[in-house]
Design a protein around this ligand. Sequence first.
Ligand code: NAP
Length: 248
Amino acid sequence: MRKFGLIGYPLGHSFSGKYFREKFHRESIEDCAYSNYEIPSISALSDILKDPELNGLNVTIPYKESVISFLHKKNQVVEEIAACNCIKILNGELTGYNTDVIGFENSLKEKLRIADKSALILGTGGSSKAVAWVLKKTGIEYLFVTRNKSLHDGRITYEELSREILESHPLIINTTPVGMHPKTEVYPPIPYQWIGRGHYLFDLVYNPSKTLFLEKGELAGARTKNGADMLAIQAEASWDIWNKKGKA
Ligand SMILES: NC(=O)c1ccc[n+]([C@@H]2O[C@H](COP(=O)([O-])OP(=O)(O)OC[C@H]3O[C@@H](n4cnc5c(N)ncnc54)[C@H](OP(=O)(O)O)[C@@H]3O)[C@@H](O)[C@H]2O)c1
């Protein structure tokens, strides 16, 4: 049996297990299994890695950065952004990749307009690094928005979001878990009254499919997109990496 899985905490919101189980069934892949490893601390990864049948892992909230210390090798994107969401395990050697980058890039462009030249990235965690990497590559300027008042290099706080800042940043990307199942009644604290038809609100959250963040954007006439396509694209990219012959 070739085993794969997802590490993170909590994992109640995650569709990854369902995605891979359906894929294995649909494509008659019988020698593979995909499990959730809900670990309250990254140190618990050591025990999971003892399984000789484990071939690959996805990594989600909150371990995309802390998992780096377990890797023997990193691809160039992981080197650059220090965030990893996909690990290939070959002969006990762990190589880190970032397929969020591929998922976000391909998913974003569906509704992207030429005028979307600057973005606000809500949150400064693991997936925000992948988002920033893609925006830079695409030629879109960005500003991080954080709860943390002491982080002031290229970042602002939610309290500092003015009308001028909102109106000059048509793209707003939620990389926080705010609004994610089961706490669906909350939303990122941005001044929604200044969002309009020129905006594009992208939420990495996909459960629920329409968060309050997206609902508020939709009400203001903005373009909106959730993280469901991104999830599917990054999952398929992980599968390709795990099955690439020879190379780790
Ligand atoms: N669709 C997909 O394929 C996909 C891919 C990746 C991630 N995601 C989703 O994206 C979300 C973030 O994942 P992640 O791995 O980047 O998590 P993470 O590393 O824990 O980072 C999340 C960031 O959000 C901010 N944050 C956390 N709790 C918050 C709160 N209560 N209020 C406001 N801000 C808060 C924090 O930034 P500050 O401390 O700077 O405020 C934190 O660094 C999760 O919901 C995950 O499921 C989806």
